[in-house]
Design a protein around this ligand. Sequence first.
Ligand code: ATP
Ligand code: MG
Length: 251
Amino acid sequence: MSTAEARTENKAEKVEYEGPAISFEEVSISFEGNEVLKNVSFAIEQGETRLLLGPAGGGKSVLMKLCDGLLRPDSGTIRVLGHEISGMKERDMFALRHRIGMVFQESALFDSMSVEDNVAYLLHEDKVPAEEAHKRVEEALRFVELEKAIDKFPAELSGGMRRRVSIARAIITEPDLILYDSPTGGLDPITSTTIMELVMKRRDVSHTTSLIIRIVCRTPSTWPRTITTRKRVARKRFLIMGSMSVRSSSC
Ligand SMILES: Nc1ncnc2c1ncn2[C@@H]1O[C@H](COP(=O)(O)OP(=O)(O)OP(=O)(O)O)[C@@H](O)[C@H]1O
Ligand SMILES: [Mg+2]
């Protein structure tokens, strides 16, 4: 059996659905009285790539975890890939997560596993045969230009390389949605550019709906001024987070 045939057998069919890839309606979440997101509403259409800009501690990672069902909102409605997930059972959420690629802040690789095992993690969970899993890992690592690092361990990699492995892990299942949490955080400008070029290459190759979260280094008191410029940036498909709301003129 060819790799392509084997892959078709092991990969879930592309699921068609109506409406946006992600939509938040009046979503709020607090932790012990700390109101992190309040009445947040936005939508990302299928095939779109959006950049979410927000201050440190503004709730960007919380928002990403809400998209993936790792956190549940206190109120409001979240739809992802055609499903209402706010009250979804964990078992159903588990299946949906296989259609979502996550690039976590700080990469979140397993230190005790090789690059190959890190990237193949979901394939192993899906019981994809070893030979096919290996070929797909090679392909994903080739995409991020790290095929030579396949036998290395995370501790042997630079921060930028770890981020690229994390991207390879996120794309290996050919997800319908990719969430990048601060993919360039903590990296030098040149490495950041390389990472963003990879993110854009992925967008251009697969047209996968993507949400890219990036920190904007401004204190909350300067946010109103930032938001007055949102007309200009919104054309470039930005979502701007400030004062516990997400704004975008095109949503
Ligand atoms: N599981 C949790 N339990 C309690 N508080 C939490 C939890 N997760 C996040 N918070 C709080 O929510 C707020 C927003 O956190 P979050 O990690 O989303 O910020 P962020 O915008 O991603 O910041 P950064 O740019 O530093 O990554 C913080 O005050 C944080 O302490
Ligand atoms: Mg964060």
